[in-house]
Write a protein that binds this ligand. Structure first.
Ligand SMILES: [Zn+2]
Ligand SMILES: [Zn+2]
Length: 432
């Protein structure tokens, strides 16, 4: 971030905080246009912002993690530094980047002082918390005793850790840093990777040898949910198809925005006809790759879709999503979504809650009821793989699978580069 932008950002932040104080004191009500409802909504947005300040998306951490790891290893030695925590558990966003460092605090602290030292926020007997210049907090678990056990437990959720220790109180952690798998071999159960160490239930499954098969990025055979330059995407459909084929994929689902999404150049009925003709031509030219005709159809305020049935019937599949009037009660959100799910033309329900991780909470929904309705209407649920969406939340996928609802991992790509976001969806899907 350049100094100028930095200053602007700082000023903005001060302004946001000033407004926040104003709102808390109900002072904005004095101004025209700021009713109580608006105030409440602004307060909630700011609270959400402040609560998430200092948190980073997995995709953002992934970019800086190699540099931080290399830096720490250079300072403290290759064998002393071990990455752990939420990053290795593939959590969708993180408050801290965590490491186990097999040294004492007094051996660690002086080494940081050399070049532009990070700010020390906490100093306890077995951990240090630093803040890097970019705001990212660095948690170091320290100490030379039982650090291997710490390395294991810091890769588990609290629930998993308790359940594992209760089930296997005598596990020997001596080799946890070299080969974690021996821990599970000694416990006589299948290996549970860090990303799956969430619930106690997974230990029961591992005991029975019933761990579910894990999806990997190469299992993805095509791109579903993508936007071309016919709406708000950057590339032509031909460029996107060629790029997908070069990646070894077999198909591409083009789902530009529908007509109500005027801000995103949503497609009129005439444009849909023209696009379908163009896709037919491209498919005829290249029989080794298939482009499917789709649309990301807006779910309107009353839950109806954005085109007549005769238009909807011309698509190979229809993705339905909410893009307007996102501030809704659960009752209203459920009405819209359930109506859309019951529409016989809906194939996939797109980004279910409209959340944007760390910046927008998303409207409240009853996940169980939505999943039940998708099961009853044979509607597929999207796992929107954009790193700031990851919506449906992975915590609800197990129930969806139990109900035999298909989950479609979709990049919602607006550029060719956006295809690669599919991987973030796969990473959270592995966490079941
Ligand atoms: Zn969308
Ligand atoms: Zn989209």
């Amino acid at each position: 971030m350049g100094p100028k932008i930095n200053t602007i950002w700082k000023q903005m932040e001060i302004e946001i905080l000033a407004n926040f104080i104003c709102l808390q004191e109900n002072r904005l009500k004095l101004y025209k246009g700021f009713g109580e409802k608006t105030q409440q909504s602004i307060i909630e947005t700011i609270e959400f912002y402040l609560n998430n300040k200092g948190s980073f998306l997995y995709a953002q951490i992934e970019v800086v993690e190699p540099q931080v790891t290399t830096y720490l290893k250079k300072l403290f030695g290759e064998d002393k530094v071990h990455i752990t925590g939420g990053f290795v558990r593939q959590l969708e966003y993180l408050d801290e980047l965590e490491y186990v460092i097999a040294l004492n605090n007094e051996e660690i602290k002086p080494k940081f002082i050399s070049a532009s030292p990070p700010e020390l926020l906490e100093d306890t007997t077995d951990s240090l918390l630093y803040k890097l210049l970019n705001g990212l907090r660095l948690r170091l678990y320290t100490g030379t005793n039982s650090w291997q056990k710490r390395l294991f437990t810091s890769k588990c959720s609290a629930e998993f850790e308790t359940a594992f220790e209760q089930a296997y109180p005598n596990v020997d952690y001596t080799n946890a840093a070299i080969n974690e798998k021996t821990l599970f071999t000694n416990a006589n159960i299948a290996y549970i990777p860090p990303y799956a160490r969430e619930t106690a239930e997974v230990i029961t499954l591992a005991k029975k040898g019933n761990l579910p098969a894990v999806i990997i990025p190469t299992d993805i055979r095509g791109i579903i949910h993508s936007h071309s330059n016919w709406s708000d995407g950057s590339n032509t459909i031909e460029e996107m198809a060629n790029a997908a084929q070069e990646k070894g994929l077999e198909y591409l689902v083009i789902s530009d925005h529908s007509k109500s999404a005027f801000y995103a150049q949503g497609l009129s009925e005439e444009k849909i006809k023209a696009q379908h003709q163009y896709i037919d031509e491209l498919n005829a030219k290249n029989p080794n790759f298939k482009i499917f005709k789709s649309i990301e159809c807006d779910i309107l305020n009353d839950g109806s879709l954005d085109y007549t049935n005769s238009i909807l019937s011309t698509f190979d599949l229809v993705i339905t999503s909410v893009h307007s009037n996102l501030k809704m009660t659960e009752e209203k959100a459920m009405l819209r979504l359930l109506n859309a799910i019951e529409n016989p033309y809906t194939t996939i329900l797109g980004h279910m809650t409209g959340r944007l991780l760390l910046s927008r909470k998303g409207y409240p929904v009853n996940h169980t009821k939505i999943i039940d309705a998708c099961a009853a209407n044979k509607v597929v649920i999207e796992l929107n793989a954009h790193p700031s969406r990851l919506d449906i939340d992975w915590r609800h996928i197990a129930y969806a699978l139990e109900k035999n609802v298909l989950i479609s991992i979709n990049p919602d790509a607006h550029t060719i580069e956006g295809f690669d976001d599919t991987r973030y969806g796969v990473l959270v899907a592995q966490k079941l």
